[in-house]
Each structure stands twice: as C-alpha cells, then as structure tokens.
Design a protein around this ligand. Structure first.
Ligand SMILES: Nc1ncnc2c1ncn2[C@@H]1O[C@H](COP(=O)(O)OP(=O)(O)O)[C@@H](O)[C@H]1O
Ligand SMILES: Cc1ncsc1CCOP(=O)(O)O
Ligand SMILES: [Mg+2]
Length: 271
C-alpha cells in the first residue's frame, strides 16, 4: 500500500469523474473556503448542520466530514445523528478535532463523538492529535499546532488501535498512521500555516479521497499529497497569504499527473 503519483492521479481522476457529494458539518470560519477547495478538486460540497436535515443529507452523500471548529450544543447533537447515520450507511466519516485540548468542551465533545462512532479518518495537527490521546489537559494553543507532527506519531498509533481509525497528523511532514502502516508526505510550504482553514481543507479533501478510495490510509495520504503539492506550487508564486489562498485553489483545479510525478515527496522517518 504505497502512495504513487499513478494511484494518486487515479483518485483525482475518479473525484473529477464522479464528483462525489461531500457533506460537511464544519465551522463558520471555513465554510466558504472548504467548499471552494472541494469544488476546485472536482468534488461536490454541501454544508448542512440542522438536526432536522443532517440524516437526510448523509443519506445522499458519499462521505461525511465533521469539524468541531465552532461548536454549540445543537451542532453537537446534529454531529452525533449524522455520524450514526454515516456509520449505518457505511460511508466514510472524517473527523477534524479543531482546537481539541484548548478547552474542555472541545476535548470532551470530540471524545464522546469518537466513542459513539469510530471515525474512518481523524485529521488534526500534532497538538490536537496529542490532546485526543492523553488523559491530562492538552497543551493546544487555540487552533494552531505547538508540536511537530513527528511527536504525535505514538498518539496516532494509540488512537488507531483504540478506534480503528486512520490518523493523519498534518505539519511540516504529514504522517498518516493506519493498521501496520505509517506514510510520511513531505510536500507543502510554511506559508500555508498563515492561511486559516487549510487544515480544515485537508480534512475535507480526505473526505473526497475516501469517497473514491476505500483504502483509507492511502486515501488520506493522497489527499495530503495533493494539498501539499497545490500549496507549494501556490507558495512559489505568492508574495503572501492572500494570494496563496487564491493560487492554491487554481493549482488544485489545474493539477496534472505530471505535477504529481514531479513533486510527490514521500518522507522517511515515519517509523
Ligand atoms: N511547516 C510546514 N511546512 C509545509 N507544509 C505545512 C507546514 N505546516 C503545515 N503545512 C501544511 O499545511 C496544511 C494545513 O496543515 P496544518 O497547518 O497542520 O493544519 P491546521 O490548520 O489544522 O493546524 C497541510 O496541508 C500541511 O501539510
Ligand atoms: C480560527 C478558527 N477558530 C475556530 S475554527 C477556526 C479555523 C481553523 O482552521 P484550521 O485549523 O484549518 O486552520
Ligand atoms: Mg485545524
């Protein structure tokens, strides 16, 4: 199960051909940017969080992405209903534990959700992944990482064993931890951390790749590779975060097999 430019291109092509519907229950900050990224990739996004409709929406979706970025009690209830429905239908569930460890409400909510339904893929930064796996109060400072992704690999193994989830830790190197497998992706650019919502975008793209590729560690690795490649191509021509955001969407939309072949960087040190 190794990631290659060819199998990544096959997934990109499947997304472009099938335009899978990706149901997102996500935060106010990134609703627009993640919907645009899914569209640029070739998927079909929908944002829906009302308890009254989430089950119906999951019923027609190819993947569900739950993001806890701006929580409130009615949303938490809707997330539980949507997650149970997704599990019942057997569609992939991606969980983004935004800010887990920063407040007890976030950490407890996300743990309860994971105990209700095992996520197919958990995608967070190192601080968030560490917070999910440790019993003590986490050290997450808001929504941004204070730890390197390498430092969260052990926590990711623990989460994988406990929940059966593929765990994706984003950062300078993205690590994808599944059963008996750790994949490291070295693409990306530090300027990506200066644009809000690119982690949330990575989670949404994990949903799109998981919709067309049932080898979930591979799907998550392909999503992170595509994120990183579009991000670094954008950074190369962007003087700052504003233009990076625009160019990122354009490179996602224009991504070719050749871009993947020239740029995919599988990283060592994933042990
Ligand atoms: N130092 C870095 N160098 C290169 N790419 C990075 C770096 N930090 C984050 N990225 C990339 O930015 C995207 C968002 O990841 P991250 O910033 O870790 O998420 P979050 O916004 O949830 O904290 C990912 O595609 C990741 O690979
Ligand atoms: C800033 C912020 N505050 C609550 S959600 C959110 C967006 C976080 O997005 P990301 O984790 O992708 O940077
Ligand atoms: Mg995040």
């Amino acid at each position: 199960m190794s990631i290659t430019p060819e199998n990544t291109w096959a997934s990109v092509s499947a997304i472009r051909d099938q335009a899978p519907l990706i149901h997102n229950i996500t935060n106010y900050v990134v609703m627009n940017s993640t919907a645009n990224a899914l569209l640029a990739l070739g998927a079909s996004p929908v944002m829906a969080h009302a308890q009254e409709e989430v089950e119906d929406m999951v019923n027609i979706a190819s993947a569900l992405v739950i993001n806890i970025g701006t929580l409130s009690a009615p949303w938490v209830e809707a997330m539980g209903s949507a997650a149970r429905k997704a599990a019942g239908r057997g569609i992939p569930l991606v969980l983004d534990p935004v800010g887990a460890g920063a407040t007890a409400y976030r950490t407890q909510t996300v743990r309860k959700l994971m105990d209700t339904v095992s996520p197919t893929i958990i995608r967070g930064n190192a601080s968030e992944i560490l917070a999910l796996a440790t019993s003590e109060k986490g050290e997450t400072k808001g929504v941004d990482a204070t730890e390197s992704s390498q430092n969260a690999i052990e926590a990711a193994h623990w989460l994988n064993e406990r929940y059966g989830s593929t765990v994706c830790i984003s950062g300078e190197t993205d690590f994808i931890v599944g059963d008996q497998v750790v994949i490291g992706i070295g693409n990306g650019h530090p300027l990506m951390t200066r644009v809000t919502g690119l982690g949330c975008t990575a989670s949404a793209l994990c949903g799109a790749f998981a919709a067309v590729n049932s080898s979930f560690p591979l799907a998550a690795a392909q999503a992170m590779a595509v994120m990183g490649i579009a991000g670094e191509m954008a950074a190369e021509i962007s003087p700052g975060p504003g233009s990076l955001q625009l160019h990122f969407l354009d490179f996602l939309y224009r991504l070719t097999k050749d871009d993947l072949a020239r740029r995919l960087r599988i990283s060592a040190g994933a042990g």
